[in-house]
Design a protein around this ligand. Structure first.
Ligand SMILES: CC(C)(COP(=O)(O)OP(=O)(O)OC[C@H]1O[C@@H](n2cnc3c(N)ncnc32)[C@H](O)[C@@H]1OP(=O)(O)O)[C@@H](O)C(=O)NCCC(=O)NCCSC(=O)CC(=O)O
Length: 470
């Protein structure tokens, strides 16, 4: 791909007199300590997303860029901590996100002569490396880590542009990162309509108060100890841990499972389960959801396509949004991390057998049910060691990034819905990404994967055939 960087500019958190006044009037603190939900992600790879937008022939690059830039500055007024940096000074018991007035976020402006339609199409596989020039690197060193970085790339020959985001996972979970990008889009779309220029609907107003996060089980000191011993003793490094490198011929693919296919799969699994547990009470039957059948089906297809036998157990991990699961609930607009991990372990032989799908759906369902009541942080102290040993291991463990509940395709900066959204960083983590359907068809789910080319081709065929057979 031929891509050239035009300029790198710093997007200040305040642009003009009004915005500065607004910032002073907002009672946001100058530092956010990392909570028990943030700490496990301190050394994790930044989450990178790429949004593609098609626009008409008549678009003016200058107008586009100035609107995106101006609206980013205004948005950062409402999300000031994102302009800050994480540090972990010797005197501080835990890492902290500090931000001061005048801090800035890196916004890279680039121009690309690559084929926009090829990159933004969902019907073909795209080489993973083709996206690399479109996402910004998040500045991270042993001592200091930025919270977010952005890149806007214009494709003058392709009538389109892309927005690449790179976000530190110890600062934002998927719900918060989506909330930020949607807020930026909302402000950009309405720039000029509203005199303050920064009005946001309630669901996009960030809630920063860390007092809502309690730690009765004392998880924080456990995570801090685990972090300091991740790479030798007394280590306060903020550097991203070493992830396995993706194969050089890795390609990206997006697969859609439609609502009727999901319903048919639920029905199929439900019948199988009824046979398997016919002697048990009806109430013991697992709850089948879009999430459980989609993740289970994708994982099983992936293993079938791999055609490898192994005696070692296979592992899948996923996260749950904890906000609504506490009593009282944590506000839905709580900004930061509020997710807990769950892990499923199974023997490959069983996964590849006739009941593989049913077994995985059951396991996922049990794991979700186990989070009810006061089970949400059960065994939470195992998350960090499992997470880092999985991402460092040569053996692929399945993870899940994103969610069909985030409404990522509603991110409209004023030029319509994105034509494609990808979680670029799954090429490092080996996760599948989930999103709702681009076409706005209620209940359809998009699954994104990065695999070696021959594996992707095999996966595509197993995936399509399995859906036909169900
Ligand atoms: C744990 C879960 C994945 C499990 O979801 P499930 O759908 O299986 O189970 P559930 O009990 O919550 O929901 C069951 C049924 O309730 C309905 N339902 C409940 N809540 C809903 C909601 N808010 N929106 C839409 N539907 C909802 C659905 O119809 C669903 O049925 P049906 O589905 O059949 O219609 C989810 O609850 C959850 O927490 N999702 C968010 C996970 C998350 O935050 N991931 C991002 C991690 S950070 C990350 O990855 C980085 C990044 O993204 O940047």
């Amino acid at each position: 791909m031929s891509g050239q960087i035009g300029c790198i500019c710093q997007c200040p958190t305040y642009m003009d007199a009004f915005a500065a006044l607004f910032a002073q009037a907002t009672p946001t603190p100058e530092a956010l300590p990392l909570t028990l939900f943030d700490l496990p992600w301190l050394r994790f790879a930044p989450v990178q997303r790429l949004f593609f937008y098609e626009i008409s022939n008549s678009f003016e690059t200058t107008t586009l860029l100035s609107k995106l830039k101006a609206s980013l500055s205004v948005t950062l007024q409402r999300f000031r901590p994102l302009a800050g940096n994480i540090t972990w000074p010797q005197h501080s018991p835990k890492p902290v996100l500090n931000y001061v007035q005048g801090d800035a976020v890196s916004l890279t402006i680039a121009e690309s002569h690559a084929n926009f339609h090829h990159l933004s199409s969902r019907s073909n596989f795209v080489e993973a490396k083709e996206y690399h020039p479109l996402v910004p690197q998040l500045p991270i060193s042993h001592e200091k880590a930025a919270a977010v970085a952005f890149q806007v790339t214009v494709f003058p020959n392709g009538n389109g542009f892309s927005i690449g985001t790179s976000m530190h996972h110890a600062i934002l979970d998927g719900k918060s990162s989506t909330m930020f990008v949607k807020s930026w889009a909302h402000i950009c779309k309405h720039l000029g309509d509203d005199p303050s220029g920064s009005a946001l609907p309630d669901q996009l107003k960030p809630f920063f108060d860390r007092r809502v996060v309690q730690d009765p089980a004392g998880l924080e000191p456990i995570f801090l100890n685990q972090l300091q011993n991740l790479d030798g003793p007394n280590n306060r490094s903020l550097m991203v841990t070493q992830f396995k490198s993706p194969p050089p011929d890795a390609v990206r693919g997006i697969f859609v499972i439609t609502r009727p296919e999901i319903e048919a799969m639920k029905q199929w699994v439900s019948t199988k389960m009824a046979e398997m547990i016919k002697n048990e009470k009806q109430s013991d039957r697992p709850h089948l959801s879009t999430f459980s059948v989609t993740c289970a089906y994708t994982w099983v297809c992936l293993l079938k396509a791999e055609e490898k036998q192994t005696d070692k157990p296979d592992m899948m991990g996923f996260t749950l949004d904890c906000r609504p699961r506490f009593d009282p609930p944590i506000p839905a607009n709580y900004f930061g991390n509020c997710i807990a991990g769950r892990v499923i372990v199974a023997e490959r032989k069983g996964l590849l057998g006739e009941d593989g799908l049913t077994v995985v759906v059951n396991e996922i369902s049990e794991a979700i049910k186990g989070a009810d009541g006061d089970g949400i942080l059960k065994r939470a102290e195992t998350l960090l060691p499992i997470l880092y040993s999985a991402v460092r291991s040569e053996k692929r463990s399945m993870g899940v990034a994103g969610s069909p509940r985030f409404g990522i395709y509603d991110t409209d900066f004023g030029w319509g819905r994105p034509s494609k959204v990808e979680v670029v960083s799954i090429e490092e983590t080996g996760a599948m990404s989930l999103a709702e359907s681009r076409d706005g068809i209620a209940g359809d789910v998009e699954v994104g994967l990065v695999l070696e080319k021959h594996h992707m081709q095999a996966f595509a065929s197993v995936f399509a055939k399995g859906l036909q057979d169900i």
